[in-house]
Design a protein around this ligand. Structure first.
Ligand code: F3S
Length: 395
């Protein structure tokens, strides 16, 4: 891989041990995947933040690093709400470790707003064809597919290395020729709301890590595309998808592609089967969660209107980023008047908070895929309206 004189100096360790280790990670990845150079990035999102997922070995690795990130960089969700961790019953020992992790990242200049929706944050705006190094699978999918930016599926160390160097190896989804659809999915029925999470859950299982081109009857909103991509990244490994006539690349005349040779048809009954899983679990939902990925302003407003005048009868947790919560305080107050809890910096999957419950109702295909394996609970799937009805006993 070609390196500039400055990059070679960093690789020799002349800019310090941390930067030497970081550029070594990037060069190793570039060599494996055939990159010819390092490419400047606009921002980084570093995953591997929750103490639940990285443990003591992770803390030790991060704490050894010294330096300052070269581009705006933000964290994936942590294992708890950093301002109010007692509220969901987090163990103080876990909290102490989590605080240590966030402080270690903070000493490297990384923004401590822990979220899987960095594209909602000020300072992290994403434009068409921007190069990024993001690490959370739903954020990767959204930035690649809905915003038309370019990022590979980064792991925690490679996104952190890119943040500290300000560059990433130029391979994979950074190159136009690797972004063409190679699998067609036809879903010729009306879809709305959480149908997209269920569609993504079914589609991800079929396509694995391919690049699907959807032919849909309905035109999804950005929030619906967020749910579609998150689910496909969890039940499969989809980092980029296109929707005919909707997403930016396939509507760009300069982006040429052939009709994919592989194709499947997903039918309404396949989506209904995901909802119907609610009936075969046999365990009553004892907790309901929304906000995977983290809620947008519009999703919070919708929840607030669904909860108006109602009181929850079981735990109902709603996850969003701290910045979105701070910008929508009145909406949050209205939601919390019902007894529901709006929680920042974390989520139902990466926090240990839900581990003592038995069955969680979600409106997210990604949470539906991960809650059983990551939290040890059963999961049932419903629309946002159904989740509110279940949480308020209005069924
Ligand atoms: Fe975000 Fe957690 Fe879901 S990181 S995408 S809310 S599993």
């Amino acid at each position: 891989m070609y390196l500039t004189k400055e990059e070679e100096r960093t690789l020799r360790g002349e800019d310090g041990e941390t930067l030497r280790k970081m550029i070594e990670i990037l060069v190793a990845l570039g060599d494996i995947y055939g990159a010819d150079a390092l490419l400047p990035i606009k921002s980084a999102q570093v995953s591997g933040v929750s103490y639940k997922t990285i443990g003591d070995a992770g803390i030790e690795w991060i704490s050894d690093l010294k330096g300052t990130v070269k581009v705006p960089s933000v964290l994936n969700p942590a294992g708890m709400d950093m301002n109010n961790w007692e509220r969901l019953g987090i163990d103080p020992k876990f909290a102490a470790k989590q605080i240590e992790i966030i402080q270690a990242f903070g000493s490297l200049g990384i923004d401590s707003k822990c979220t899987c929706t960095p594209y909602y944050l000020s300072g992290f705006d994403v434009q068409y064809k921007d190069h990024l190094s993001w690490g959370e699978s739903s954020a990767i999918s959204f930035s690649n597919s809905v915003l038309g930016a370019r990022t590979n599926r980064e792991g925690g160390p490679s996104a952190l290395a890119a943040a500290l160097i300000g560059k990433t190896p130029d391979y994979g989804y950074h190159k136009s020729e690797n972004r063409k659809p190679n699998y067609e999915i036809i879903a010729d029925f009306e879809t709305s709301g959480s149908d997209y999470g269920a569609l993504g859950y079914v589609a991800g299982k079929a396509v694995g890590s391919k690049i699907p081109l959807f032919k849909l009857k309905s035109v999804p909103t950005k929030d619906e595309m967020k749910m579609l991509g998150a689910a496909m990244a969890a039940s499969g490994a989809v980092a980029l998808y296109h929707i005919a006539g909707v997403t930016p690349e396939v509507t760009d005349k300069e982006f040429s592609y052939e009709k994919p040779s592989e194709s499947i048809v997903i039918e309404r009954k396949d989506i209904d089967a995901v909802y119907e899983s609610a009936n075969d679990s046999g365990t009553a939902n004892d907790i309901v969660t929304i906000g995977c990925p983290h809620c947008s302003k519009e999703e919070l407003e919708r929840l607030s209107s669904l909860l108006e005048g109602k009181t929850v009868v079981k735990e109902f947790w709603i996850f969003t980023s701290r910045e979105v919560a701070e910008q929508n305080k009145k909406t949050i107050d209205r939601i919390e008047n019902s007894g529901a809890k709006v929680v920042c910096d974390t989520c139902m999957v990466v926090s240990p908070a839900a581990n003592s419950y038995k069955c969680m109702m979600v409106n997210s295909g990604k949470a539906y895929a991960y809650v059983p394996s990551m939290c040890g609970l059963k999961a049932t799937y419903g629309t946002m309206e159904k989740c509110v009805k279940d949480a308020t006993g209005d069924i």
